[in-house]
Each structure stands twice: as structure tokens, then as C-alpha cells.
Design a protein around this ligand. Structure first.
Ligand SMILES: Cc1cc2nc3c(=O)[nH]c(=O)nc-3n(C[C@H](O)[C@H](O)[C@H](O)COP(=O)(O)O)c2cc1C
Length: 374
């Protein structure tokens, strides 16, 4: 089991050392992805406003993939692209990947066709979700129990689209990790035509807690011919790069940490010697130190609130999604708990905005580099 480096408070090590780590070229470049970092699918979080927030912090010219949350293929055919909040995309949004939840061709094919109207970069299939509703229907991680059937799901998706099709799966289908089975399962996906895979190397029973076994990613990447991306417990720009340099991954997918530091793509870019800034931030350096991150977090929250109001008409929906964002990301900040509690009290978007601004004036709120997922 790989234990990631320090779990306690650190200062921004890049800011101090200024050391550049060359960005390795990975097999994702075959699919046109030269910057092999991405933001994960997360129910309740990976909405269009969050994806736009991450984009706003990404240096011009870089295109990290940004996933939607998992979308039920049973529902998509009857939903409206313009009005269903989970399906909304930004005008001219690119490099986003809808994640499909399902296992029936009769629903997958029309879902893919419908979503193709939004011009996604590719499609992803969820084979990792462990929640009971998903298991009941043999979706999500249940598909990992049947390599032949899982392969069929890939084939159906490939048949419905000429875009890259990926699968996001867990380190194991059951209680504990078994490399032999994972190799057999990923071989079936590869033979079925999957263009690349993401592995979240925590077994099903572990859900999202504890550390991820990144060694498992290395073992699969060594054997598979298609690109293999690492996910799970990637919290810093250094973690993301370690996936490539130490664990032979072809890419790194960041999940919860992106809600704490939506500028993580900017940090990765700086770390690898890219000096281009995000649009509108041309003469600025990326936030690195705990204090810089604490200040930027307030700005990011205010920016997200505006974006959410642009995309979602109902104030109650905005408040609910914003609170979840704050609940997830604020744990990386010293006064995160107070921040989140304050967010739960606001009764309107205007009140929430005023409270965030006031919080920003009163607290420095420095960040932690890494947190423990208990
Ligand atoms: C709130 C939440 C919602 C999630 N929703 C999805 C999802 O829709 N699809 C999926 O494949 N994984 C989902 N995941 C799992 C994440 O994509 C990721 O695999 C997991 O959080 C591990 O990464 P992390 O340790 O960097 O957070 C979700 C995780 C969280 C915390």
C-alpha cells in the first residue's frame, strides 16, 4: 500500500523551491491530450458551474478534461438538455466528458446520441459507484463482477459514438484488492474497445475513505496497452505529478481536492514550467502558500456563486449545491468548519455572498496541503 507523503500542514513547497518538474509525455497524447490531468465526476458537485470555475483557473491553452457527474441512461432520453440542471453545459464548452450510469443498450444508445448534441470530448462509463441504488440495478461497481457483460456495455457505447470511450472503475469489485482479477477485468474492457481507463484504487468496501493503493495503478498501466489514469487521494499538484513520474500512470484525475483548490491545474502547470496564466490573471502567480490559497478560496467561492446563479434559475437549488461544494472543500482550510456552518445559515444568495465576503475580511483561513479521508 502506498502511503502518500505528509498529511499535515505544509507551506507551499513549490513556491519555496521553485523547482520545475518536466511533464512526461504519456499515452493519452495518442488521444490528443497533452496535459493529462482531469477533474473527476462527482454527484452534486461536477455541474456546469463547477466545471466553468475550474476552467477559469486553467492556464490558457491547456485543456484538462472535466467530467459531469454520473448521469442515468434510463433518464437521459426523456430529459431536456437545456433545462435539466445535471445535463447543462456552458456555451461552447469543450473538453468535458459526460459519465454514463447504466447497463442496457436500449438506453445507452439514445443517451449517447442525445448528449452528442452538446459536443462532448468523449464518454465515460461508471463502473465504480458503490451506492445501494446503483447496486440494485447492477450498475456502477456491480459491472465489475461480470467482465463479459461490462465489455458489452463498452461495445454498445462505442457503437453509439465515434468519440473516445473510457471506463472509471475501482481497484476491486469486492471487499479487498485482487490484482489478478483487475488485470483480467481491464483486459476485457481493452478488448471491447475502451480507449482508456481510470482506476480508483480503493476497494468497494472502503468507499472514498482512507488512502488509495496507487501501486495497483502502476501494475495495470504496465500491462494494458491503452492509457490508464490514476484517481483517489490525489490532493496536491505534486501528488498529481507523482502519479506520472512514480506510478507510471498516463494521467491523474483529481476529485474532492479540486473543490478545495479549483486552481490545481494552474499549480500543476506552474510546477511543470508552464508560465502561461489563466485568462484575466496574466500578470499573477498561482496561489501556493496556505495564506494565498486561503484568500483565493474566498474568491473562488464568490465566483462559483455567480456562475451557479447564471446556470441555475432556482435559488434553493443554488444554495443546496453551493453548501455541498463548501462542505466538501472547506475541510482543506483551517477555519473550514466555521466557513461551512456560515454557508448553511444563509437564506438567500445575496446573504450568502455578503457572508462569504465578510468571512474573507475577518479570517486568514490558511489551507492544509493534505487532509485525511476518515
Ligand atoms: C460526493 C461525491 C460524489 C461522487 N460521484 C461520483 C460519480 O458520479 N461518478 C464516479 O465515477 N465517481 C464519483 N465519485 C468518486 C470520485 O470520482 C473519486 O473516485 C473519489 O472521490 C476518489 O477521489 P478523491 O480521493 O480524490 O476524492 C464521487 C465522490 C464523491 C466524494
Amino acid at each position: 500500500m502506498s502511503i502518500p507523503s505528509p498529511t499535515d500542514v505544509q507551506s507551499g513547497s513549490h513556491a519555496e523551491s521553485g523547482k520545475v518538474i518536466p511533464l512526461p509525455r504519456t499515452r493519452l497524447s495518442i488521444l490528443g491530450l497533452e496535459f493529462p490531468f482531469m477533474v473527476a465526476p462527482m454527484v452534486g458537485l461536477s455541474n456546469v458551474a463547477f466545471r466553468e470555475l475550474v476552467r477559469s483557473y486553467t492556464p490558457v491553452g491547456l485543456n484538462p478534461l472535466r467530467f459531469t457527474e454520473m448521469l442515468s441512461t434510463r433518464r437521459i432520453p426523456d430529459e431536456k438538455l437545456e433545462t435539466t440542471n445535471e445535463l447543462k453545459t456552458a456555451p461552447e464548452e469543450a473538453f468535458f466528458v459526460p459519465q454514463l450510469l447504466g447497463n442496457e443498450e436500449q438506453y445507452i444508445a439514445p443517451s449517447v446520441k442525445k448528449l452528442a448534441q452538446t459536443n462532448p470530448w468523449g464518454f465515460d462509463i461508471n463502473m465504480g459507484c458503490p451506492v445501494s441504488h446503483t447496486l440494485k440495478h447492477n450498475w456502477g461497481v456491480r459491472l465489475m463482477g461480470d467482465p463479459g457483460y461490462a465489455a458489452q456495455v463498452v461495445e454498445w457505447t462505442k457503437r453509439s459514438s465515434d468519440k473516445p470511450v473510457s471506463v472509471k472503475l475501482r481497484g476491486s469489485a469486492g471487499e479487498s484488492e485482487q490484482l489478478d482479477y483487475l488485470l483480467q477485468f481491464t483486459a476485457a474492457l481493452e478488448s471491447a474497445g475502451a480507449d482508456w481507463l481510470t482506476i480508483h484504487p480503493r476497494p468497494r468496501a472502503q468507499q472514498h475513505k482512507g488512502v488509495a493503493n496507487w501501486d495497483l495503478v502502476r501494475e495495470v498501466a504496465r500491462v494494458r496497452k491503452i492509457p490508464v489514469v490514476a484517481n483517489g487521494d490525489i490532493q496536491t499538484a505534486h501528488d498529481a505529478l507523482r502519479m506520472l513520474t512514480e506510478f507510471s500512470a498516463d494521467g491523474a484525475m483529481i476529485a474532492r481536492a479540486a473543490t478545495a483548490r479549483p486552481w490545481i491545474m494552474w499549480q500543476i502547470a506552474e510546477l511543470t514550467g508552464n508560465t502561461v496564466a489563466p485568462f484575466g490573471r496574466e500578470h499573477e502567480k498561482c496561489p501556493w502558500t496556505p495564506e494565498e490559497e486561503g484568500r483565493e478560496y474566498i474568491n473562488a467561492c464568490l465566483k462559483l456563486l455567480v456562475l451557479m446563479q447564471q446556470f441555475f434559475p432556482k435559488e434553493e437549488y443554488v444554495l443546496e449545491k453551493f453548501r455541498f461544494f463548501a462542505a466538501t472543500g472547506s475541510r482543506w482550510y483551517q477555519f473550514g468548519h466555521s466557513f461551512w456552518k456560515m454557508c448553511t445559515k444563509a437564506k438567500s444568495c445575496a446573504e450568502l455572498r455578503d457572508s462569504i465576503e465578510d468571512f474573507g475580511r475577518r479570517f486568514e483561513n490558511p489551507s492544509y496541503q493534505r487532509v485525511k479521508f476518515l
